[in-house]
Write a protein that binds this ligand. Sequence first.
Ligand code: PSV
Ligand code: MN
Ligand code: MN
Length: 424
Amino acid sequence: MITKNNILENNTAKKALHQKRFTPVADTLTDQGIDVESILKKLDTFQIAIPSWALGTGGTRFARFPEGGEPRSLEEKIEDVGLLHMLNASSNAISLHIPWDIPKDAKAIKELASSHGLLFDAVNSNTFQDQPDAKVSYKFGSLCHVDKHVRDEAIAHNKEVIDHGVALGSKALTVWLADGSSFPGQLNFREALQRTQDSLQQIYDHLPADWKVLVEYKPYEPYFYSMVIPDWGTSHLLASSLGEKALSLVDLGHHLPNTNIEQIVAILMMQKKLGGFHFNDSKYGDDDLTVASIKPYQFFLIFNELVDGMQNTKNPELSWMIDASHNLKDPIEDLIQAIEAIKIAYAQALIVDRAALKKAQATNDVSAAQEVLQNAFRTDVRALVAESRMRMGGAYDPLRTFRENQIRKELIAKRGLKTVATGL
Ligand code: PSV
Ligand code: MN
Ligand code: MN
């Protein structure tokens, strides 16, 4: 298997080539009055968590075409994230979905993760499927269910997930509810939301003092007439009523087409209620495609608001995570591309001339405002991202390194061709 040393040797071989790309962009930005060193420092420390369910090939509801060499256990998933982190120096945490990935021996799992330089990000509960040993069914909802026994089961599960997270050193619980209805009249909207709020309150009361609960929303799917938490407004309402430790989570795929997600980000940050992100991209709905593969400009505009919010509001620190799933690409290659896309958008948002933008806004100079944003968006910052990655010990070109070292082939040799990772 590839080692840190292989990466460093290869970086040395690529040094001259890299300088040829890096120097012109660094000089251009310096000429524009931008402190390149401070941008690099921000990129150096920016880390994005990897979900344990994105390491296997995803399926559609029609078929799954596994790539081979998929991780067969939580331990192997941790190894894959470790490999990814070695390549890009930007994914130092793993986010577990429970019960897909139950840490049976938390101490050993924590040690394994830490040997790869990994921490545990938010833990995710799952009340959208019935497990084989389930005492109740979530067919008609979980935290919103009309039957108190079902709600109690779902609440107990969320509390257990918190306990697992505590044992691993995680600091947040993410709740995504599939609860909703597919036909008018099926649910009483008001009562369903009230029951959800009451259930969430019990979960909230179980949170340790330094924990957060992130409330995710989604407009449709798996239900097609109504979802109990369909939008950011409902998520914000719940987070506000629960208390300071509850925040909203924005999953980019959980919006109806053309929704102005960047504005949602700005509003939630203004309210100090944005807790985290699930990165992906989409053309139609919750497509879970690779970050910025469809709408890179919108993605940049979202980062522009994030950077503005991080500089000018008191919003708490954010949890960054990828939430994607593929049935076509090698999952590790996809994650490498996603991390790269996120860092590019972040770097572009960092080089926005905020003083010029403010001035344009204050004088209603619409053309100038557009110039400022597009100047940043059209700057090729890939060499900046590579510079920061190499400083942190990552590979000059992670995707190429993954391919040239035939890592998938090795994983197949080690784990087999027919392995299927847990997840959707
Ligand atoms: C639901 O679509 C979602 O985005 C939630 O974050 C889940 O936890 C995740 O996907 C995995 O199913
Ligand atoms: Mn999500
Ligand atoms: Mn989703």
